[in-house]
Design a protein around this ligand. Sequence first.
Ligand code: TYD
Length: 136
Amino acid sequence: MSLFKYIDIKPLGDDRGDLISLEANQNIPFSIKRVYYIFNTEQLASRGFHAHKKLKQVAFCIKGQCNFILDDGSEREVALLDSPNKGILIEQMLWREMHDFSHDCILMIVASEHYDESDYLRDYDHFIKEVNLDKG
Ligand code: TYD
């Protein structure tokens, strides 16, 4: 079983161009409380390196591409995001890292919660301890 789910959004384009619509509890499987985007990323920079206790997210590269590494404490998987109509659903308690940003990458994330630093696990060893606690 994969650690994440691809979310394919049907483009509503026509001969004028493309249009993508994201709707809470429709093609995005939660109530959206926050949207943020990452752009002008330095060549060779990597981001993320954290997990969330509660937050769910769907990430899209609306321009360019980048790689996500997802890790549940036992397995690691890589997901390439390279299309504005292909997102990945990242559930809670998954370590994520973003690498290999193209110079033009705009990474847009829709999130189920407002920003809350106390929801972050930013230390990998701490994350592993929490995963093992959850397993009982
Ligand atoms: P950070 O968590 O380091 O970004 P990433 O995990 O994508 O590499 O966030 C960078 C800074 O921005 C940090 O000080 C927290 C702040 N921030 C907010 O204030 N609101 C937000 O919605 C996000 C995602 C980050």
